[in-house]
Design a protein around this ligand. Sequence first.
Ligand code: ADP
Ligand code: MG
Length: 282
Amino acid sequence: QEPLPAPGRIRVMTIANQKGGVGKTTSTVNLGVALAIFGLRTLVIDLDPQGNTSTALGVDHSVGTPSIYDALVGDSTLAEVTHPTTASPNLTCVPATIDLAGAEIELVSVVAREYRLRRAIELYLQELPADQRPHYVLIDCPPSLGLLTLNALVAGDEVLIPIQCEYYALEGLGQLLSNIDLVKAHLNPGISVSTILLTMYDGRTKLADQVADEVRSHFGSVVLTAVIPRNVRVSEAPGYGQSVLTYDPGSRGATSYVEAARELAFRGAGLKPQVAAPPPAP
Ligand code: ADP
Ligand code: MG
């Protein structure tokens, strides 16, 4: 299996959409596994108190497990809360425990609360030897626009928005985009929506095509050509603590996520190394 090209710079990608059930977690897990299997070091950060990303990657997230909570609210480093996964030696995961549910409120009184994740990632990358740094950092957001998602938007260089090819797919998208604009203006000038992924596409319905066309005409080349079909293997895999790539590599769900990861990687290979302007001091 031909390795995928490394990106021109470390890509910190925030997977966001405040709607639940649109495929954020599924896409984070399966893109992460695909990138890792094809040779790119990938760190997945679970920022949803549900911990579904951790589950799907087979990483323990019971209370007491060192988790993202300890890095955001406590004083653990990211290195201390990063766990290996069984999916690939290239894939590591920072799990989320249910403790994170309290973080939205606990963070309110923390100094530089919007910058906690960004600082943690920066420190982690600085302290790792260059040849061990991840090529990709994928951050799976909870289904809300609270302080956790805000931390992820401040930490990322790029936003990946999964859009479900269903009724009301675009509802709420305006709110997400205006939040991203606010973050760009005030907290993280480097952020942009680089990628939109169409998920749960059902080719038998006219509606799915209508939604896909509408998204493409609205967002143009930001939308990946690869589309993720609705596929039962995708929804079965997490129950076995697996990605669909390891659970059923021949399924349409698996091949479509590999295709999407390829596209992501080839786009990333064209990125110029850049020194982003530092955010204003909090
Ligand atoms: P989110 O993280 O945005 O809330 P999830 O990734 O958890 O969404 O997906 C919601 C539900 O839909 C989950 O049960 C998941 O297994 C299922 N699902 C996601 N993508 C697909 C797909 N392509 N085909 C079938 N089921 C899917
Ligand atoms: Mg989720």
